[in-house]
Design a protein around this ligand. Sequence first.
Ligand SMILES: Cc1cc2nc3c(=O)[nH]c(=O)nc-3n(C[C@H](O)[C@H](O)[C@H](O)COP(=O)(O)O)c2cc1C
Length: 164
Amino acid sequence: MDILPEIQNRRSVRKYQQKDVSDEQIELLLKAASLAPSGSNKQPWDFIVVRSAEMKEKICMADHNQKWMLTAPVFIVCVGNETYRGDGDMERVIRDSSIAATTLLFQAEHMGLSACWTGWFTQDEMKPVLNLSENHYVTAVITIGYSDTKPAAVKRRELKYKVI
Ligand SMILES: Cc1cc2nc3c(=O)[nH]c(=O)nc-3n(C[C@H](O)[C@H](O)[C@H](O)COP(=O)(O)O)c2cc1C
């Protein structure tokens, strides 16, 4: 199975159709995220599914008021949670929860859904909105839905690597 086409076709989508995403679809996305690798298999992440218009509005406000976000029927917030490690190592929590969020993006593409990772917020702005403590780090607010646009591919730097 070749997954390069899905990796290549995935785009950050910032305009969605007024079409809902089911709980079953959300659960598949979360299942994929939960299968991501993590250091010592600590899985230091939690997810918050946001459907309430009021909560979406508050989150959007804290996320630099990126109004386009409100076109998405669902947000999934990926939260790093240090209590699953218990060693105070927030860097590893952020690393591992980022892998989970990335895995979710590719599952969305595979399912014909679109998404955009957003992170234009500070922890001080976002955590109170979600009632999160200092053990938490909001890694990503991911908008999910059916795309209402066809974004052009964004250029990547020329691939370079060393063999040593
Ligand atoms: C950590 C992170 C934060 C991002 N934050 C935002 C954001 O706040 N708003 C936004 O419109 N896009 C955001 N993006 C999407 C990037 O702009 C996008 O991934 C990049 O331009 C490449 O485009 P592509 O995803 O379509 O390949 C973010 C992406 C990442 C990985």
